[in-house]
Write a protein that binds this ligand. Structure first.
Ligand code: GCW
Length: 667
């Protein structure tokens, strides 16, 4: 019987090492829990289930643990370390017990998962001392799930949410979903697509949503909804959806009240407005702030928030899409209601394999800016290519904006420390679906894991997170983990090499996963390939310096200096900012054309190396997982060649240069 991947990183496999097991048995004779909360109840249940599997033992819960030792105690101390976020926790040895301390029930739950992680990794209990607090307050998944069960840019099956059978039937999988998220510290989820259906605002759907919220609540997760800005008109029958219209405002107020009646801890709204054809306040000559503030007003009496996306760009062939969000949003800094968080994609364009950080970070000091990452692999090979994304997230978070001098990283903007705001948010576009293993590609589970862990603590390293995930999910063999870690840590760079080397980007239309660099027609000028790469007979790349679109001017001078001179621009960013001649010599000693070819070819060939690494781990892996990944790597190899050849053949028609020696020309 093989592992179908359903249990993710919560497998709780039996501890077989005798001394470790003996130590664990000594500290797990009871669970001491005196409060009656439903979140600590989940924690206790998880612990019981975990210990049952890890140690083969049934552990009873008791409310009277005074004077006893050898157990695990939950201790809620509302006054403790009041300066710390309530969700933080400490797990340590005290009086012969393992004690999990927090100000809140949620913190106890997170501490419990930290302890279970510790036990799964078979670390010693002697000297046990784990303390952690989240750096970001709203740690959310965004599902792009539609009411008909499809998922926009989803590659792991259909939606987890079975709207047709809700609210009566509550799929047990919702609880496993909640457990997985809570184990990472995720505390919010937006159930539906930002290209939102107004249907979610109907009483019928609010009741369905409430049934899911009832499950998630037990794990400290709040439920949010994406809203269709024109709902007052389409659903409410009003003549307008103008945010300054009193009737419209009253409609939203009423709607929010209706939601809170069913979901008393409702999280709030996520809004995509005036973006890619979605309606919004600009339809009525109003601003994003007018729209967001109207919704914020409807939440006045409640805890909920409004998350307003900054993903906007107009279909202007002469404009640079790179600059659009900054141009629309920076003038609104300071105009948003305190209940609003503006959610910004990590890069200025659209979840490309590599992007510079969005210039909005640091340039709206009076507005809480949340960051949006994409976990689902829209531009990263769907669910067939192995791409470990933590390095993408980290690269952005660690980028220095220089807004308050050196060290003003994106992470410090996002965690609020730079501009002193407390409503901080990190969102990830989910890669989950109803595939048995949740994410389609078994290794894509690591991306969900990495996002969650980073949303809690962005200082964790990609390596550290990966090591954890591999040990919890795939194998504890050191040798095998070494091969898997090598493969995964290099996977993003390899993908970039065969897909978009040297700072190319490819957010064009079509199926979003077919190499069509020649595509020059689309329903909008900025929905073509040539708009982005600007290849011609002289060279390739988008000039964003003063001689071009001057998008660079949106960054602080220190950042501009990194990228404004083609001779000094680091190669990974070169074509993001410069149109470079084919025969231009680069720092590698090769011409641009030769360098591009070298990257396409070595990138595609590196997939062979990935296959070798995976094969070397074989004997330590579950056969089902091994085969699944091995077969996907074969597809990846084939498609890497497909990408390479498409680019090389197309670019060769412009560059008119031979394929460098040593590389076999495409057939
Ligand atoms: O990346 C693009 C996607 C759209 C998506 C949009 C967005 C939900 O191709 O599918 O729509 O971004 O983020 O709004």
């Amino acid at each position: 019987e093989g592992d179908d991947g359903y249990r993710l990183w919560l497998k709780y496999e039996a501890v077989t090492n005798a001394p470790v097991k003996t130590e664990y048995l000594r500290y797990t004779t009871f669970i001491g829990r005196s409060d009656k909360g439903e979140i600590t109840q989940s924690a206790s249940r998880e612990l019981q289930m975990g210990l049952k599997n890890l140690l083969g033992k049934t552990v009873q819960e008791t409310s009277s643990s005074a004077g006893r030792s050898g157990g695990i105690l939950f201790r809620i101390e509302p006054g403790a370390a009041a300066a710390q976020p309530a969700e933080g926790y400490q797990v340590q040895l005290s009086g012969g017990n393992i004690v999990i301390v927090s100000r809140s029930e949620q913190g106890i739950l997170y501490g419990t998962f930290a302890l279970l992680r510790h036990l799964q990794m078979q670390r010693p209990i002697k000297n046990l001392s784990i303390a952690s607090t989240p750096k970001v307050r709203y740690r959310m998944l965004n599902h792009w799930d539609n009411p008909d069960g499809t998922i926009e840019r989803g590659y792991a099956g259909a939606s987890l949410w079975k709207w047709y059978e809700l609210p009566e039937r509550v799929d047990p999988r919702y609880e496993d979903y909640a457990r997985a998220n809570a184990s990472l510290g995720i505390n919010g989820t937006v159930l539906n697509n930002v290209n939102a259906s107004a249907r979610f605002m109907s009483q019928e759907y609010i009741e369905k949503v409430a049934a899911i919220a009832n499950v998630l609540r037990k794990y400290g997760i709040k439920t949010y909804l994406s809203v269709y800005f024109a709902a007052p008109k389409t659903l409410g029958g009003l003549a307008t959806s103008d945010p300054l219209d009193p009737q419209v405002r009253a409609w939203w107020k009423e709607k929010v009240a209706q939601i809170y009646k069913e979901i008393p801890d409702f999280g709030g709204f996520l809004v995509k407005a005036n973006s890619e054809g979605e309606p919004g306040p600009q339809d009525y000559g109003r601003t994003h702030a007018d729209g967001a503030n109207m919704l914020a007003e409807a939440f006045k009496a409640y805890d909920g928030i409004v998350v307003w996306r900054a993903f906007v760009y107009k279909a202007d062939p002469n404009a640079d899409r790179f600059k659009a969000a900054y141009e629309e949003f920076v003038p609104l800094d300071g105009k948003f209601d305190p209940k609003v968080i503006v959610q910004v994609k990590n890069g200025p364009i659209d979840f490309q394999p590599r992007e510079p950080f969005s210039p909005l970070f640091g340039n709206m000091p009076k507005t809480p800016l949340g960051i949006e990452f994409q976990i689902t692999q829209e531009y990263l090979g769907f669910a067939t290519h192995a791409v470990y994304e933590a390095p993408i997230f980290k690269e952005c978070l660690d980028s220095d904006t220089y807004v308050n001098g050196e060290g003003s990283t994106v992470a410090k903007v996002v965690d609020g420390s730079l501009h002193c705001y407390t409503r901080t948010l990190m969102a990830g576009v989910a890669n989950t679906g109803n595939s048995q293993n949740w994410t389609g590609h078994p290794l894509a589970q690591a991306n969900w894991y990495a996002f969650g862990r980073l949303s809690w603590d962005h200082e964790l390293s990609s390596e550290q997170i990966l090591q954890e995930w591999v040990a919890l999910t795939l194998t504890r063999s050191e040798k095998a983990s070494g091969h898997i870690a090598a493969l995964m840590l290099r996977s993003r760079e390899i993908y970039v090499n065969y897909n978009t080397p040297l700072g190319l980007s490819r957010p064009w239309m079509g199926v979003h996963f077919a190499p069509e660099p020649w595509q020059n027609k689309g329903s909008r000028p900025d929905w073509t390939a040539i708009y982005y790469h600007r290849a011609d007979s002289s060279g390739i790349g988008f000039d964003r310096t003063a001689s071009g679109s001057n998008a660079l001017a949106q960054y602080k001078p220190q950042v501009q200096q990194q990228w404004n001179n083609p001779d000094r621009t680091p190669l990974p960013y070169l074509l993001w900012f410069h149109h470079v001649r084919w025969d231009q010599k680069l720092s590698t000693g090769r011409s641009l054309w030769q360098e591009l070819c070298t990257r396409f070819y070595t990138g595609a060939d590196s997939v062979l190396w990935m296959q070798q690494q995976w094969d070397l781990a074989k004997t330590s892996l579950d056969p089902m997982v091994f085969t699944d990944v091995a077969e996907r790597l074969k597809v990846q190899r084939r498609e890497a060649i497909w990408w390479r050849d498409a680019w090389v053949l197309y670019l060769q028609s412009l560059a008119r240069q031979p394929i460098p020696a040593g590389f076999e020309p495409p057939k």
